[in-house]
Design a protein around this ligand. Sequence first.
Ligand SMILES: [Zn+2]
Length: 461
Amino acid sequence: MRTLIRNGTVVNAGGALAADVLVDGETIAAVTAPGVFTEADRIIEADGKYVLPGGIDAHTHMEMPFGGTFSADTFETGTTAAAWGGTTTIIDFAVQAKGTSLLSTLDKWHEKADGNCAVDYGFHMIVSDVNDQSLKEMESCIAAGVNSFKMFMAYPGVFYATDGEILRAMNKATETGSMIMMHAENGIAIDELVAQAIASGRTDPVEHGLTRPPELEGEATSRAIQLAKVTGAPLYIVHLSARQALEAVAQARDTGQNVFAETCPQYLYLSIEDLAKPDFEGAKYVASPPLRTKDHQADLWRGLRTNDLSVVSTDHCPFCFKDQKQLGRGDFSKIPNGMPGVEHRMDLLHQGVVAGELTLARWVEVASATPARMFGLYGRKGVIAPGADADVVVYDPALRQTLSADTHHMNVDYSAYEGLSITGGVSTVLSRGSVVIADGQFHGKAGHGKFLARDLSQYLV
Ligand SMILES: [Zn+2]
């Protein structure tokens, strides 16, 4: 089966050019001057459209256990929604429960995802129990294509790791060339602030933001960077939201340290004002780190331009407003943490292009090429080039759409961007050569998506 995508503008991280793309089977066979090939089994006209490597969302949580409930998207609904928005690869997190092994955790997550995904997927591993066995098992995870390990400086009693435990895992990362990913917020101090708020009767969702001040993200980020420096481990700060944290990352990068960071669309577009919405509405915006004051946003956009922020992921972790978020009515600390977003990342970043915050090439770089390189997928993913998987998005920059829970495909009853009108949208999406989205219809199927065993990071200094 040969597919010709013709007369579009191919956009890679290196720039844009007018070109045709010939897909043969599951891979890209050729990228040529327009008109070189004229025949194929299927022709997709891309006049006036961008032809992009499929988006890679390196941070999602499908069916994730949290506080007695599960995030609302399954691997099937979540990867289908991803496809609708032009994301053709997700990297999700397998979550080690305390007292269990990393390998049994990985098996469990394979079971959840296997046969259910509409697009390709990989895993990171959350290490919540650092001991001799799990440190040893990190090696087996790497052999199994899972070579990035997330740790938490937040959530004492749940995922929290002490500095000593972090140090031990970082030693193992240095030894194996794998990546430590860090949720950098000072959870010990935050828990104290939370207890103080509850004790004084401050229980609304906005308190979630007020008890997690940006200084405590900055402090934890700095501490993680110092621990990484002492051990020599590569470090990737997940969902960076605050200027204070960005400054620490920029400083480390200036010295040539292997320190990287991602941010998420919610930190670029939403703010603590959303968390302060009345009638418990703010619960829709509870995620950690919390949404910040608006003045952080310009710094994050600048960080994306200077590559102090290298990746934009979603931290997609949806909980329904109607039943799940209600668990925290009267006590903000019981609101399940997380927001939906996997479907809208490419579009929201395209708004950055429209607004002049990012170039076209930089859009593709932070949304596809760099996540591919960062997590050992580049060549197969993240680029429109011969030999790469034919994960291709034909993107219409002139399309107008209004984001809404009524029209989105994520399995969650609200949109964090309800009523937001945006420019641009997906027109056709191919996953390994198969059309999954075309003419406003989903043509994919659960089980098409394959597990990606990843190589070590291709992005280290
Ligand atoms: Zn997360």
